[in-house]
Design a protein around this ligand. Structure first.
Ligand SMILES: Nc1ncnc2c1ncn2[C@@H]1O[C@H](COP(=O)(O)OP(=O)(O)O)[C@@H](O)[C@H]1O
Ligand SMILES: [Mg+2]
Length: 577
């Protein structure tokens, strides 16, 4: 198994070592039992010595019991070691994901990360648990049983020496043949999880569009594919049992033939033949176990590769040495910024963007969907790094700051925002966990959320569930704005964050911003002209480029896109709500 992953065993190393030791003791006793049985038959029964039979019989029971105790304990510690290993791995991955940048997260899909945290870890856990038990048990059992057989009858021991490798080879061959099918199953699991996750997350949308039928069909198709792949793999593995049975009966037959001859000739006794039979069974059983564990290890191998990928992913952003912890003011500069989501050679989402925003200004950004409005502002709190050029905040390149401090000072309300399960108090305190109730109330007043919160029977203790599905879209947006305000940022970015708020409330929010946080730079992305009309500066984005910058008045004269949007919304009376 994977060396690097095994480091995560950590404090469970003791159990992981103890398990094979206990298994060894179990096997040592188990191997002696057939020998005692042979003695009972050959000495006790043949000579009619009742005393000997009872004495040896008791010893046999005692040894069986002690062996059983060792075996049970071995199972226990192996289970603890396996579960502990899985727990540590899960922790390691979880912490690692917390360090991921947006770019890192784009690299894996969310559902794939979930599969890796769950199914893949379970696979590794099972393989580990069975490995530390079976991989110690099988070889010791095979070797000792064979030695015992050899002390009784060399001829039969030779027979085994030929059959064991052949059988082992066949079993491994079967496992190897099944392997690629198992890999395919797990790749398909990702797709399955993705579909389920998407569907369950968007259950309300699916219902609204009456797409249940279509979704069912989509799910059925993938589910069928997983079924087919699994059956294919298992059908190959299913050859294990008949192969084993065939070999077992052949071996038994040969042993009886060869042993029978020796018994007739008087060179071997009946009891000895019985114990050789038992040894043969034990050897075959062990091989069967090995092939079973072998399949498991191969499945886990694919899983551990997928886990390792996450653990080895290099977090894209790390603080530089002597990183700055203070943001001087809310100045923002873009200097010839190119940006691509795919890195150096990718398609540019932003092309040669330069602009200057003074601290405390209100800046509106407008432009069609896909014109790169979100992309532009995401560079300010360094959710992504520029591909070329540089972005400065407070006169310093954003890459010079400690990420934590930068993001404390540049507060962004994301376009796709979520609330978390918990009370309204708890949700707003994401912005600052030490904020007093008064402070929470103040930012909620600023975001025009205080009014509706007080109308809830439980007020600020109202529980938010399912990412905020129990409040309206506009209420959710205002709670998200309040949460961002609690950080007392120098720069506040609202990415289409008032789209579901009525125009009157929208205006009240902007008025409150102007009056209550005049020194904070405010960047407002909006679809509505009215949301940006009174800004000190409006940026018109088009296809990754700045199409125009100026006040509403200036843009009406100089910018065709702005004029068109303005006329369709204001003059045409198409103002929503
Ligand atoms: N995470 C991402 N990975 C790759 N491409 C993206 C990602 N997010 C956005 N894009 C692409 O970047 C372009 C600009 O998107 P965006 O900034 O979200 O536009 P807007 O916010 O103006 O609607 C679009 O072509 C979009 O497909
Ligand atoms: Mg956007």
């Amino acid at each position: 198994m994977n060396r690097k992953l095994l480091k995560s065993v950590r404090e469970y190393k003791k159990q992981a070592i103890l398990a094979p030791v206990l298994v060894t003791l179990e096997v040592l006793l188990e191997v002696l039992i057939p020998l005692l049985m042979a003695n009972i038959i050959d000495i006790g029964i043949m000579q009619g010595d009742m005393n000997y039979i009872i004495k040896t019989g008791l010893l046999l029971v005692l040894m069986a019991m002690v062996s059983l105790a060792f075996g049970a304990k071995a199972g226990q510690v192996a289970a603890v070691a396996g579960a502990g290993y899985a727990k540590n791995l899960r922790h390691d991955i979880f912490y690692k994901i917390q360090d991921f940048s947006f770019g890192n997260i784009d690299h894996f899909s969310t559902s794939s990360l979930v599969t890796r945290l769950t199914t893949d870890i379970t696979n590794v856990q099972m393989a580990f648990m069975f490995s530390i038990r079976m991989l110690a048990r099988a070889p010791i059992m095979v070797v000792l049983s064979w030695i015992m057989t050899a002390t009784i009858n060399l001829k039969i021991a030779f027979l085994m020496l030929v059959t064991i490798p052949i059988l082992g080879g066949i079993l491994i061959l079967i496992a190897k043949k099944a392997h690629p099918h198992f890999i395919a199953v797990f790749d398909e699991y990702d797709v399955l999880n993705n579909t389920v996750q998407e569907n369950v997350n968007a259950a309300r949308v699916v219902k609204a569009y009456v797409r249940e039928e279509h979704e069912n069909e989509k799910f059925h198709k993938i589910s069928k594919k997983v079924f087919d792949l699994f059956t294919k793999a298992e059908m190959i593995v299913a050859w294990n049992a008949p192969t084993m049975n065939f070999v077992m009966y052949t071996v038994v037959l040969l042993i009886v033939l060869m042993g029978g001859e020796d018994i007739v000739l008087g060179t071997m006794m009946t009891g000895e033949l019985t114990s050789i039979m038992v040894y043969a069974m034990q050897i075959l059983m062990s091989l069967m176990m090995v092939s079973f564990v072998f399949v498991m290890i191969m499945i886990a191998e694919a899983s551990s590769d997928r886990i390792r990928e996450v653990l080895e992913e290099v977090p894209e952003m790390e603080d530089c040495e002597d990183a700055l912890t203070e943001v001087a003011n809310g100045d923002i500069d873009f200097e010839h910024v190119d940006f691509s989501y795919a890195g150096e050679d990718g398609n540019l989402s932003l092309k040669d963007v330069s602009l200057h925003i003074k601290s405390g200004q209100v800046v509106g950004i407008i432009g069609g969907t896909g014109s790169a409005k979100s992309t532009l502002v995401q560079l300010i709190p360094r959710l992504y790094d520029v591909t070329r050029g540089c972005v400065k905040v407070g006169g310093q390149d954003v890459r010079r700051y400690s990420l934590e401090k930068l993001r404390d000072q540049v507060s962004m309300v994301l376009q796709k925002n979520v609330l978390f399960t918990g009370s309204i108090y708890e949700n707003i305190r994401w912005g600052d966990e030490n904020a007093s109730n008064e402070e929470v109330r103040r930012v909620c007043q600023l975001a025009q959320a205080d009014g509706f919160i007080n109308e809830f029977p439980a007020g600020y203790n109202t529980m938010i569930v399912e990412g905020g599905n129990n409040v309206s879209g506009g209420q959710k947006q205002r709670l998200c704005i309040a949460r961002a305000l609690l950080k007392k940022p120098k720069i506040l970015i609202l990415d289409d964050s008032t789209s579901a708020v009525d125009t009157r409330t929208d205006a009240l929010i902007r008025k409150a911003f102007r009056e209550e946080i005049p020194d904070t730079t405010k960047i407002i992305i909006a679809q509505r002209i009215s949301s940006v009309e009174d800004a000190d500066m409006i940026i018109v984005m088009d296809n990754g480029k700045i199409d125009g910058i100026g006040t509403s008045e200036e843009l009406l004269k100089t910018n065709a896109i702005y004029r068109e949007v303005y006329e369709s919304q204001v003059k045409g009376g198409a103002e929503d709500e």
